[in-house]
Write a protein that binds this ligand. Structure first.
Ligand SMILES: Cc1ncc(COP(=O)(O)O)c(C=O)c1O
Length: 392
């Protein structure tokens, strides 16, 4: 029996239960803030982790056409880079976490630039480049104090000297990563910077000139200008937040707003428990709304009995445990709220606003995790100057 079409083919965004509006004009303003702060340096726009939840391909496509255009895009893993290439991004892409040996051919095939910090990867890349008749641009990473990936500083010089002499390899950059640049006390940050500067001086003394040196993430761009060299790697600030929390002081505009639909509103008598585990019991007759977002969408379980959303311009509390797909709110103070209405999860309504950094305070986390955590079921809609060109 032939398959029967049940639903007509159509843009199903109108069926979305939760929507993340991505304001590309805010993104443009934030990258302008980066530019006005760093002057002439180049920018590597960090679009890993789906551009911190904002949609890597859409963000990269927009920035690639923007007046202030990054020199490079930064992703963590090969599959993220391939998705950008297959989506039509032809700009340089830096693989920030390094080179698994089995990926060297793909790195060359997709014209990617890897971060590199060990001899087996360097050798595998060289061989693959030779076989393909290609030259691979690499950025060499030094661990100046992050304790994550990178060469120990005392081995950096000999590694770089070896790399610059290899056919098929072009050493395009040298980089490190700050561990604590968001701190007011900059002693450790200064130490990391000095360690990288020592290596640069040693290279200079050997007559080795590497085109790009980069170290600064958002925190360093905002409060540690001397670490910007000639390339910076902003992530969080592009999306409108500051790692130090002083978003407004730096003129950053949150790019993502999240709203979710009210599924049901019901009157509940005093003494009734709400949600799994009966962790909330109504003290009086209450209006309880069930909304269509849960921890599977990135609305963190730790917001149970703690978070708030904005309904009809007023803050309303989360009551009971956050479920996988749904969350309950006490909406007694907004009695006209009805099923089908939208409530704001991240964003502003009237004089109220709840941004990712406030959610992060409630969960004991940071804005990074809140933004990256917004799940796939939350439909992204891209807006620019008030228009909704498309959704994905
Ligand atoms: C290597 C590297 N550079 C830059 C960034 C961007 O950092 P931020 O989002 O704090 O600007 C990250 C993010 O984690 C990173 O891992």
């Amino acid at each position: 029996m032939p398959h029967q079409k049940i639903y007509p083919a159509q843009d199903n965004s109108s069926f979305a239960s939760s929507i993340a509006e991505i304001d590309l004009s805010a993104l443009a303003e934030n990258i302008r803030r980066v530019r006005t702060t760093i002057g002439d340096c180049e920018i590597l726009a960090v679009v890993k982790a789906n551009a911190y939840g904002h949609g890597a391909l859409e963000i990269a496509r927009f920035l690639a056409q923007n007046t202030i255009k990054p020199l490079l895009f930064g992703v963590a893993f090969l599959e993220e880079a391939i998705a950008l290439r297959e989506g039509g991004i032809t700009d340089r892409i830096l693989l920030l976490t390094g080179v698994p040996l089995e990926q060297v051919e793909a790195i060359i095939q997709y014209r990617l630039s890897p971060v590199i910090y060990d001899l087996p990867s360097l050798e595998a890349l060289r061989r693959a480049a030779e076989a393909a008749g290609a030259v691979v641009p690499v950025h060499i990473k030094i661990d100046t104090g992050m304790g994550r990936i990178g060469l120990p500083p005392d081995t950096a010089l000999s590694f770089i000297k070896k790399a610059v002499g290899l056919a098929g390899i072009r050493v395009e950059g040298i980089l490190s990563h700050f561990a604590h640049a968001d701190l007011k006390d900059s002693a450790f940050t200064q130490q990391q910077l000095a360690s990288l500067q020592t290596i640069l001086s040693e290279l200079e003394a050997e007559g080795i000139l590497i085109p790009y040196c980069h170290l600064a993430n958002s925190a360093a761009i905002i409060q540690f200008r001397e670490a910007c060299f000639n390339l910076v790697r902003p992530g969080l600030m592009l999306y409108g937040y500051s790692p130090m929390g002083k978003r407004q002081a730096f003129g950053l505009k949150p790019v993502m707003r999240v709203k979710t639909r009210v599924l049901a509103v019901k009157k509940v008598a005093a003494g009734q428990s709400i949600s799994y585990g009966q962790s909330y019991v109504t003290k009086r007759e209450s209006l309880i709304a069930t909304v269509a977002i849960g921890y599977a969408d990135g609305y963190d379980f730790r917001l149970s009995n703690r978070g708030e959303m904005i309904a009809l311009g007023q803050r309303v509390p989360v009551v009971g445990r956050v479920c996988m797909d749904m969350t309950m709110l006490d909406v007694s103070k907004v009695p006209t709220l009805a099923a089908g209405d939208w409530v704001t999860v991240i964003g502003s309504e009237g004089s109220e606003s709840i941004w990712a950094d406030e959610l992060a305070r409630w969960t004991g986390s940071h804005a990074y995790e809140i933004l990256c955590g917004i799940g796939n079921r939350v439909k992204r809609q891209y807006i620019k100057q008030g228009k909704y060109p498309h959704s994905v």
